[in-house]
Ligand binder design. Structure first.
Ligand SMILES: Nc1ncnc2c1ncn2[C@@H]1O[C@H](COP(=O)(O)OP(=O)(O)OP(=O)(O)O)[C@@H](O)[C@H]1O
Length: 258
C-alpha cells in the first residue's frame, strides 16, 4: 500500500549547517496493517509521518502509495497530528462534517455521517459543543472522527494519545482497535510508549538515535482481537516490551551521515 524507499531527510539549520533527521529509511506498510514507530526523542518519527503525509518533501528517496509517488497531501492519507487543532469557531459536529462538506457532500448527509462517527468515538450528545468546552481526550476523539469522516485508506497518527491521562489513553486505544478491526485501515502510528505500540501493532519499527535509521522491525505475534487484561498477563507480550525497551535504550552515539 505504502512503500517508503531509501528516504533521507536533511534540514538546513542556521548558517550553512545541516541536520540529518532521517537516513535511508525503507519500509512497506501493507494494506490493513498497523505499524507503530518508536525511537528516542528527536530521531525523526514525526518527520517520517510528515513525509508520508506529503507535508514535508524528503531530501532523497521516494514514497509511493499503490505505486504512485507522493507529491503532497491527499485524501487517501488521514493525518491525526497534534498541530492540526480543531476549528474553534465550529461545533464538534461542524468540525467532523467539514471535510465532507469540502468534498461537496450536502449538509444533511454530511451531518448524518458526522453523527455516526461521533457515536463511534463515544461523543453522542456533544455535537453542539465547541472545542474549548471539551477535555483533551474528547478533542482527540473529535480529531479522529474528523479524519475518519473522509475515509482515508491510511491513518497517520502522531502520538495521538500522548497528552492524555492513563485511563483515557487506555479507552482511546481500545476504541481505535475496535475501529481498526472493523474498517481494517492501514495505520502508521508514532508513539513513545512501548506498551502502547506492542498492544496495538502488527509490527513495531524501532528507529536509532538521531539521525534516525531503522534499527529493528519486530513482528508482534499476539492474538487478535486483543484484550488488554489478557495481554498484560501474557509472557510473550511482556517479553516484547522488555526487548523493545532494550532496543531503544541501548544505542551507541552515531555519526551524522545521510
Ligand atoms: N523544519 C525543521 N527544520 C530543522 N530541523 C527540523 C525540522 N523539523 C524537525 N527537525 C529536526 O529533525 C529531528 C527530528 O525531529 P522529529 O520531530 O521528527 O523527531 P521525533 O522523533 O518525532 O521527536 P520526539 O520523539 O521528541 O517527538 C530533530 O532534531 C528536529 O530538531
Amino acid at each position: 500500500m505504502i512503500a517508503i524507499k531509501h528516504v533521507s531527510q536533511v534540514f538546513a539549520v542556521g548558517k550553512g549547517e545541516r541536520h540529518v533527521a532521517l537516513s535511508d529509511i525503507s519500509l512497506d506498510l501493507r494494506d490493513g496493517e498497523f505499524i507503530s514507530i518508536l525511537g528516542p526523542s528527536g530521531c525523526g518519527k514525526s518527520t517520517l509521518l510528515y513525509i508520508v503525509g506529503g507535508f514535508v518533501k524528503q531530501t532523497s528517496g521516494s514514497v509511493e502509495i499503490d505505486g504512485r509517488p507522493v507529491t503532497g497531501p491527499g485524501p487517501d492519507r488521514g493525518p491525526v497530528f497534534q498541530e492540526f487543532a480543531l476549528y474553534p469557531w465550529k461545533t464538534v459536529l461542524g468540525n467532523v462534517a467539514y471535510g465532507l462538506r469540502q468534498q461537496g457532500v450536502a449538509r444533511a448527509p454530511a451531518e448524518a455521517r458526522a453523527r455516526e462517527l461521533l457515536a463511534m468515538v463515544g461523543l453522542s450528545g456533544y455535537e453542539n459543543f465547541y472545542a474549548k468546552q471539551l477535555s483533551g481526550g474528547m478533542k482527540q476523539r473529535v480529531a479522529i472522527a474528523r479524519t475518519l469522516a473522509y475515509n482515508p485508506a491510511v491513518l497517520l497518527m502522531d502520538e495521538p494519545f500522548g497528552a492524555l491521562d492513563a485511563h483515557t489513553r487506555n479507552r482511546l486505544q481500545n476504541d481505535l482497535l475496535k475501529i481498526w478491526e472493523r474498517d481494517r485501515k492501514s495505520v502508521l502510528f508514532v508513539t513513545h510508549s512501548v506498551e502502547e505500540a506492542v498492544y496495538l501493532s502488527d509490527r513495531v519499527v524501532v528507529l536509532t538515535k538521531s539521525p534516525g535509521r531503522i534499527k529493528e522491525i519486530v513482528d508482534i505475534d499476539l492474538p487478535r482481537p486483543r484484550v488488554r487484561a489478557e495481554l498484560l498477563l501474557n509472557p510473550r507480550y511482556q517479553q516484547y516490551v522488555i526487548d523493545i525497551e532494550a532496543m531503544i535504550d541501548n544505542q551507541p552515539e552515531q555519526e551524522e551521515a545521510a
